[in-house]
Design a protein around this ligand. Structure first.
Ligand SMILES: [Ca+2]
Length: 567
């Protein structure tokens, strides 16, 4: 008794602890691309989805300013103090280190006092706009993992657009608009990221939160990555699995957080007032002390390392992949098309490794199709990936590919990843579940065939309805062979000449009438027809036609021939 209780507790603990070790509580898993495991075939590699750690991406950035001569100090000029706009004897001089404000001071180590900062020329050409584009380029796709933070030394600009590029600066899309008055500046209603939801998370908004003018104490502007993550992962990002699941299945969402370049478009400096003080234009300029961008190299879940080589970031690709983003299979590893790794199933994901090209793994090329075990194909089962529905694969020379054979559990396809005809995908089961495919159960009489769509709906014959085609549309009635149109009803198809509709399938006609709706005189079908008698063929509604009269004649003759009562 005690022993069995102990054993069951022990079993429970083993189960719980094995589950626990698969669910790391911190964000930062997917940090291993492969491990060695022992199987009956010996030591083999077990592969999993992996990604580099998130880090400070500013170290690797290249900055470009447009116009190129927009930095102050060449020639030297004076500007008004940040805290006191009427003290206008500060100097910017590019040729003197202490008085110069070059762009690199936006990216140096902060924390010292006073801050180091880049500064533009003043707005001396007013009313011509003071426009500056600051472009940050990585020459590599980056996935953002934390807020973009820009710290101004001047007041935060009255108007600014943060833009992103995904194609190395060829095309740009807005990320967020910033203005003291969104409606006036960009014809947009002001919004905060907190006004968004899971469904509107990709909306590009204009915010007034960070543009409160010259005299405000706060100097920081955010682009809120974490608040957007929180719509999926919860307020403290405790459910990253949910976010990863969404990123895996929604390309648009993944692309939203992916960049190669950022562009800060400064459109109007902080004025702090409605009107620009034209007597003191040295009050107006842009100055930025710090820009922070955190993210990770995008390696398509095929690398944990990302190194700088010849001033360019490159993924250190695993899983037999190559390219700056591990975006293709290595030479001799093109046994199937390249595919990005997947975060699913949580927590180890799916590696989708590139497998050796068939010619490089010693399969006899003369075979048009040969059934071989996974071990023969490439020495480990990974090349025979059948989601547990088969353990046998074939090599098809013509396609130069390996396919699963004898897929069980009603599956089919190269990796037993599809359902057999007559079955549909169980949306609540994983691909490796034995119950992944459900029988369509199409009614054999009501359906065109036994196949159904991905929601289990069958294709119905005329007059038939219902997901399984086992119901009849109005005007139809189920016979032994499916739905047939009603012969008669009480609406459109009336039985005529006094006929009665029986179960919608036939009219029971008076003896003198015949036809589907009792529309014909029976005598019309007899030899000689209806003779000289009125043969008005039964018109609809003509219940009192010649028929009843014809019936009455012999009856009256019979009555007349009867002897009087009482004799
Ligand atoms: Ca700085």
């Amino acid at each position: 008794m005690y022993l069995s209780r102990f054993l069951s507790l022990h079993t429970l603990w083993v189960t719980v602890s094995s589950v626990m070790q698969h669910y790391p509580s911190v964000w930062g898993h997917y940090d291993v691309c492969k491990t060695q495991i022992y199987t009956e075939e010996g030591k083999v590699w077990d592969y999993m989805a992996c990604q580099p750690e998130a880090r400070d991406m500013i170290k690797y950035v290249k900055v470009t300013l447009d116009p190129p001569d927009i930095t102050c100090g060449d020639p030297p000029e004076t500007f008004c103090a940040m805290g006191n706009p009427y003290m206008c004897n500060n100097e910017c001089d590019a040729s003197t280190q202490e008085l110069a404000h070059p762009p690199e001071l936006m990216f140096d180590l902060e924390g010292r006092h006073p801050s180091t900062f880049w500064q533009s020329t003043t707005w001396k050409d007013y009313p011509k706009p003071l426009h500056v584009n600051i472009t940050l380029s990585w020459n590599k796709t980056i996935e953002l993992t934390d807020n973009i933070v820009i710290t101004f030394e001047s007041g935060r600009p009255d108007q600014m657009i943060l833009e992103k590029s995904l194609d190395y600066g060829r095309t740009w899309q807005p990320y967020q608009y910033y203005a003291t008055d969104c409606l006036d500046a960009f014809h947009m209603d002001p919004k905060s990221v907190r006004d968004l939801s899971q469904h509107t998370v990709l909306e590009i908004i204009c915010t007034e939160e960070y543009s409160t003018g010259y005299m405000t104490n706060s100097k920081i502007i955010h682009f809120e990555i974490k608040d957007r993550f929180a719509f999926f992962a919860g307020p403290r990002l405790h459910n990253m699995a949910s976010l990863y699941g969404q990123l895996d299945t929604t390309k648009k969402l993944r692309d939203f957080f992916t960049i190669t370049d950022l562009r800060i478009r400064l459109l109007r400096p902080a004025t702090g007032e409605i009107y620009v003080d034209e007597q003191h234009l040295a009050r107006y300029f842009y100055a930025i002390s710090d820009i922070r961008v955190y993210g990770r190299c995008k390696c398509n879940l095929h690398a944990t390392g990302c190194k700088e080589e010849n001033k360019r970031l490159l993924c250190e690709c695993e899983h037999n992949t190559t390219g700056p983003d591990c975006g293709k299979c290595k030479k001799n590893y093109q046994g199937r098309p390249w595919s990005a790794g997947s975060y699913l199933p949580i927590p180890k994901g799916t590696a989708n490794i590139c497998i050796p090209s068939i010619s490089s793994i010693g399969i006899a090329p003369k075979l048009a199709m040969s059934t071989v075990s996974s071990v023969q194909v490439a020495n480990h089962k990974r090349d025979c990936e059948c989601f547990g529905h088969s353990n046998r694969c074939s090599y098809i020379e013509l396609l130069n590919t390996v396919i699963c054979v004898s897929c069980k559990h009603n599956t089919r396809g190269q990796h037993c990843e599809l359902c057999r005809l007559g079955y549909f995908r169980n949306a609540s089961a994983e691909l490796d579940d034995e119950n992944v495919c459900i029988d369509c159960y199409c009614n054999p009489f009501g359906s065109v065939h036994d196949r159904c769509n991905d929601r289990g709906f069958c294709e119905c014959k005329e007059g038939t309805s219902g997901p399984k085609c086992d119901k009849c549309l109005p005007g139809y009635i189920w016979h032994s062979l499916g739905c047939q149109p009603n012969v008669c009803d009480n609406e459109l198809l009336h039985c005529q000449n006094g006929g009665t509709c029986i179960n919608n399938v036939r009219c029971q006609c008076p003896p003198a009438y015949t036809g589907i709706l009792c529309e014909k005189l029976r005598c019309e079908r007899e030899p000689g027809g209806c003779g000289g008698r009125s043969s008005a063929p039964g018109r609809a509604g003509e219940g009192a036609g010649p028929g009843p009269r014809l019936l009455l004649l012999p009856l009256l003759a019979l009555l007349a021939a009867r002897p009087p009562r009482g004799c």
